[in-house]
Design a protein around this ligand. Structure first.
Ligand SMILES: Cc1cc2nc3c(=O)[nH]c(=O)nc-3n(C[C@H](O)[C@H](O)[C@H](O)COP(=O)(O)O)c2cc1C
Length: 342
């Protein structure tokens, strides 16, 4: 199950609640659930009502989720998130500016209390602020362990902070974190190493979106940038790379990119994602072009997706109007095959 932000954490605390636990419990047959992205700090939050993993209330809330999934025999990793410039002053500590590698606003929207809104102008991170953010990732990884997760996925995709450092469209720094590829991949690797001080490498993965323009993320040479990053991750022997092939939620062929080369450059498992149908997933696995396939939207609407795919049964259609925010409707009320047959 691919990570899916649903903006239904308890308001104020941004902590997972019983409804969230029920949603994940319903989907425990996924094989491996990657949780919705969880911000590692308030500064790392970019949308309203997304769950954090930095307060005690949040750790307690996530424990309900992991216990519910484990009781059904499922496995769940948490996706660790810092949005960087994809945020809004109304979500930031003391109403401050969001932070980014460079002071360049993203041409993208966020979702705040009043609905969709343009993101706020970011400020460039000072060099001496970066270790503090890496430390926030480490603390979040420790919290994830206490909350009972089976592992962590680093959110390095979709134009958020790590991706902002990786791609030269958003990273114009002239210090050790910008310019050369070696410098632009530094932040991602420091975050990975901080997490590897907490978790066994077999329990750590990363999500990447080399050519996705999501949240205005652009790199002039993604094959080189991501080739270098993946080689460095491979040397660290982390469990997997989770790759969004093409534009997130859009065309798989948005730009030419050799995803197979990325797979070959990496020693661990390769999870493919984006626009997979049952047929395409079977093809790709048969051709050994991926080790696993992650499904996003199909899991929103089909808690028993695996059983449906196994039987080649029809799928419920997801309702986009209830993706972000709300309560049970469009969240925990999608029926299983069994429930439909009753
Ligand atoms: C409602 C919604 C929320 C999403 N939230 C996240 C997220 O928290 N983290 C992430 O990496 N991707 C997120 N994505 C992207 C999905 O994980 C996935 O990459 C995308 O939907 C394409 O896969 P699919 O065609 O199987 O849906 C989200 C997508 C949707 C539709």
């Amino acid at each position: 199950m691919a990570p899916l932000t649903r903006n239904r954490a308890t308001k104020g605390a941004d902590a997972p609640n019983d409804l969230n636990a029920d949603y994940y419990r319903q989907r425990a047959s996924a094989g491996l659930i990657i949780s919705e992205a969880a911000q590692i700090s308030q500064q790392g939050q970019g949308y309203i009502w997304t769950p954090g993993i930095y307060s005690e209330a949040q750790v307690e809330g996530w424990r309900k989720v992991t216990e519910a999934v484990h009781r059904q025999g499922g496995l769940i990793f948490i996706q660790l998130w810092h949005v960087g410039r994809v945020s809004h002053v109304s979500l930031q500590p003391d109403g401050g500016q969001p932070v980014a590698p460079s002071a360049i606003a993203a041409k993208t929207k966020t979702f705040i209390e009043t609905g969709f809104a343009d993101v706020s102008e970011p400020r460039a991170l000072e060099l001496d602020e970066i270790p503090g953010i890496v430390a926030d990732y480490k603390k979040a990884a420790e919290n994830a362990k206490r909350a009972g997760f089976d592992g962590v996925e680093i959110h390095g995709a979709n134009g958020y902070l790590i991706d902002q450092f990786l791609k030269d469209g958003s990273n114009k720094r002239t210090d050790a974190y910008g310019g050369s590829i070696e410098n632009r991949i530094r932040f991602a690797l420091e975050v990975t190493d901080a997490i590897l001080a907490v978790w066994d490498r077999a329990r750590v993965g990363i999500r990447l979106s080399p050519v996705s323009p999501a949240n205005d993320a652009v790199d002039s040479a993604p094959a080189k940038t991501f080739g270098a990053l993946v080689a460095a991750l491979s040397a660290r022997k982390i469990a997997y790379i989770h790759v969004i092939e093409g534009a997130t939620g859009g065309p798989r062929d948005i730009a030419p990119f050799d995803f197979l080369a990325l797979r070959k450059a990496f020693a661990g498992a390769y999870i493919g994602n984006n626009g997979y149908t049952r047929e395409l997933a079977i093809d790709v696995l048969n051709q050994n072009r991926a080790d696993l396939v992650a499904f996003g939207k199909a899991f929103i609407a089909n808690p028993d997706l695996v059983e449906r795919l196994r039987r080649n049964a029809p799928l419920n259609e997801p309702d986009r109007n209830t993706f972000y925010g709300g309560a049970e409707e469009g969240y925990t009320d999608y029926p299983t095959l069994e429930e439909t047959a009753r």
